[in-house]
Design a protein around this ligand. Structure first.
Ligand code: PLP
Length: 357
């Protein structure tokens, strides 16, 4: 089966096999990871190794904390402003799709939100150029979503926000390519696309951004409290952290982020080249802003959608239905999707086109 789910998404088979092997008895401890105290030496070792491997993979500088939290990226939509907006009471949001729009809406509860740029007038088919952004130099931070999972637009460049910290929701493209963490004040990502199962949210935060939380901030969502407690102020999502750690090691063993980038570019090229050559299928996104992770596409005649999905399912290609807000199809091709899977999808699309064009 090739699973094109946008998330929770397909995971490397080797990781699932290892987790299955270790399920009942982790490294001779007599316990499943699920049964371990988060304060015991076994889990402390799992947690430390996961963090160390992530730091190595992403090249996270020493002046940054890595937190393993809960609440998902939607939780972070509130947790980020609660922790960061306090410095000046206002923040800039760049709206490039449904996810960043949701982030901006949630932040309004905690301070003044300036929409510095908005791609909605062009139906989120392109990322507004930075020369068009209206940034406030006194903002506490600038928020972007580096990859819009629904609309399929992705930043292939890093905005320059000067001394204002850049905050990015990287839920759907973290670990897909190398990035310069030093250009960001804070990065957050739910794990369930490129890192593991749902339940853990990774937050990478620069040290100077800790300690500014609004008084209403719940302790469990206070970055400084969690940083001081090594993400163990409350019981962390232990099993999700364990699987994420296995995924990090798997990515490292397979060449790290540079190799992921090459693999992801090659897969996306196969799919977009076919979409562009076909008059039966279409993708509306500006070429320079197309996501390497989520490829939405439409059939010429949407009355064929059901038949397309049924035929795909019969060939073992599942979870291709587009998001309910945009319709059509969406192929999510995260790190764990093979080139073989993408080629199988294109072969099926060609066959379907021949039958129905
Ligand atoms: N942000 C992005 C870019 C996403 O893709 C998603 C989920 O698909 C979310 C936020 C929401 O994540 P969660 O439901 O884990 O809070």
């Amino acid at each position: 089966v090739f699973n094109f789910s946008p998330g929770p998404a397909t995971l490397p088979e080797a990781v699932l096999r290892q987790a299955a092997d270790e399920m009942m008895d982790w490294h001779g401890s007599g316990m499943s990871v699920m049964e371990m105290s988060h304060r015991g030496k076994e889990f402390i070792a799992i947690h430390a190794e996961a963090e160390a491997t992530l730091r190595e993979l992403m090249g996270i500088p020493s002046g940054y904390k890595v937190l393993f939290m809960q609440g998902g990226a939607i939780g972070e939509n509130a947790i980020v402003p609660m922790n960061l907006i306090g410095t000046n009471g206002k923040a800039d949001y760049v709206v490039t799709g449904d996810w960043s729009k949701k982030s901006a809406k949630e932040a309004k509860t905690y301070g003044t939100v300036n929409i510095a740029a908005n791609g909605e007038p062009s139906k989120f088919t392109a990322i507004p150029k930075q020369s068009e952004w209206k940034l406030d130099p006194a903002a506490s931070y600038v928020h972007i979503c580096s990859n819009e999972t629904i609309g399929g637009v992705e930043f292939h460049w890093t905005p320059d926000t000067g001394s204002v910290p850049l905050v990015a929701d990287m839920s759907s493209n973290i670990l897909s390519r190398p990035i310069d963490v030093g250009k960001y004040g804070l990065i957050y990502a739910g794990a369930q696309k490129n890192m593991g199962p749902s339940g853990v949210t990774v937050v990478i935060v620069r040290d100077d951004l800790l300690g500014h939380a609004l008084p209403v901030t719940p302790s469990a969502f206070n970055y400084q409290t969690q940083a001081e407690a090594d993400s163990m102020y409350n019981t962390p999502p232990t099993y999700s952290i364990y699987i994420a750690g296995l995924v990090y090691k798997h990515v490292k063993a397979n060449g790290g982020l540079a190799a992921m980038e090459e693999h992801n570019q090659a897969k996306a090229r196969v799919l977009y080249d076919y979409l562009d050559a076909s008059s039966f299928y279409s993708n509306p996104v500006a070429k320079e802003d197309r996501s390497l992770m989520n490829v939405p596409f439409k059939l010429k005649d949407d009355s064929l959608d059901e038949a397309f999905l049924k035929g795909a399912q019969a060939k073992g290609m599942i979870q291709l239905k587009g998001h309910r807000s945009v319709g059509g199809m969406r192929a999510s091709i995260y790190n764990a999707m093979s080139m073989e899977g993408v080629k199988a999808l294109v072969a099926y699309m060609q066959e379907f086109e021949k039958q129905h064009a």
